[in-house]
Ligand binder design. Structure first.
Ligand code: C5P
Length: 219
C-alpha cells in the first residue's frame, strides 16, 4: 500500500477524558468516550499520516496503526503533546478537565475522619490554546473542538478567536442529542471563512470528512 494524501505528514490527535485525582482511589472525570478522537486518528492514518495519539482514559480502545501515548491528567497530556511536537497538524479532540484538585490526598480519604471533605481546585493548562499560541514550531493547522449545549455557532466562533486555533469543530452536546457517548455527531466546522454545518452522521464519517479537509489544507 502506498500513497495517501497525508503520506509523510505527522499529525497529533488528543482524545478521551482526563482524570484528575482526589485521592489514591478517587478522581474527577467527564463523560467523554474518546470515540470521536479515535475515529479521527484512524481516518488520518488511513490517508497515510503518521499519527501520534495522546489519549486520556477513554472507554473505546485506541486505533491500530498509530503511536499511542496514554496519559491520565491534563498536565500529563500537555507534557505528552509538547513532547510529540513538531507536527504538521494537531487535532485536539480530548475533553480535558477544566480543573484539577490541588488538595489531592496521598492517603484514601475516610468518611470517619473530620466530617465532609472540602476539595480545592486550580485551573488546568489549556493545551489547545498553548499550542495555538506557540511563537515557534506551531503546527501549520491547529483544530479544536467545542462541545456546547446552546448558541453553538456563536460560542464556537468566539472560542476559535479566544484560543487562537485555525478551525473549531463545534458540536451540540445537549442531553437530547445523545451525541456525548453516542455513535453519531452533528458538527459545524468553523474556519476563518465562516461556519459550515454538516448533516448528522456517524462519528466515523465525521472523522473521514475532517481528515479529507485536513489533507486539502496541508496540500
Ligand atoms: O474551552 P473548552 O474546553 O470548551 O475548549 C474545547 C477545546 O479545547 C477542545 O479542542 C479541547 O480539546 C481543548 N482543550 C484543551 N485543554 C484544556 C481545555 C480544552 O486542549 N485544558
Amino acid at each position: 500500500l502506498s500513497g495517501g494524501p497525508l503520506q509523510g505528514r505527522r499529525v497529533l490527535v488528543t482524545s478521551g477524558p482526563t482524570h484528575e485525582p482526589i485521592d489514591p482511589v478517587r478522581y474527577i472525570a467527564n463523560r467523554s468516550s474518546g470515540a470521536q478522537g479515535t475515529a479521527i486518528a484512524q481516518a488520518l492514518a488511513a490517508l497515510g499520516a503518521d499519527v501520534v495519539f495522546v489519549t486520556g482514559p477513554a472507554t473505546v480502545p485506541p486505533p491500530g496503526g498509530v503511536e499511542v501515548i496514554r496519559v491520565e491528567t491534563a498536565q500529563e497530556m500537555l507534557a505528552a503533546v509538547e513532547g510529540a511536537l513538531p507536527v504538521d497538524a494537531a487535532v485536539f479532540a480530548a475533553a480535558v478537565a477544566d480543573w484539577r484538585v490541588t488538595s489531592e490526598s496521598d492517603r484514601k480519604m475516610k468518611k470517619t475522619e473530620g466530617g465532609l471533605p472540602l476539595l480545592e481546585f486550580a485551573e488546568n493548562p489549556d493545551i489547545l490554546a498553548t499550542v495555538s499560541r506557540m511563537a515557534e514550531g506551531r503546527p501549520a493547522l491547529v483544530v479544536g473542538f467545542a462541545a456546547e449545549t446552546h448558541d453553538v455557532v456563536d460560542l464556537a466562533t468566539a472560542k476559535r478567536a479566544r484560543k487562537g486555533c485555525d478551525w473549531i469543530v463545534a458540536n451540540d452536546v445537549s442531553h437530547a442529542t445523545g451525541i456525548m457517548g453516542g455513535a453519531e455527531n452533528a458538527v459545524t466546522l468553523i474556519t476563518k471563512e465562516g461556519a459550515d454545518s454538516w448533516p448528522r452522521m456517524g462519528k466515523d464519517q465525521v472523522a473521514r470528512q475532517l481528515a479529507e479537509r485536513i489533507a486539502q489544507a496541508l496540500a
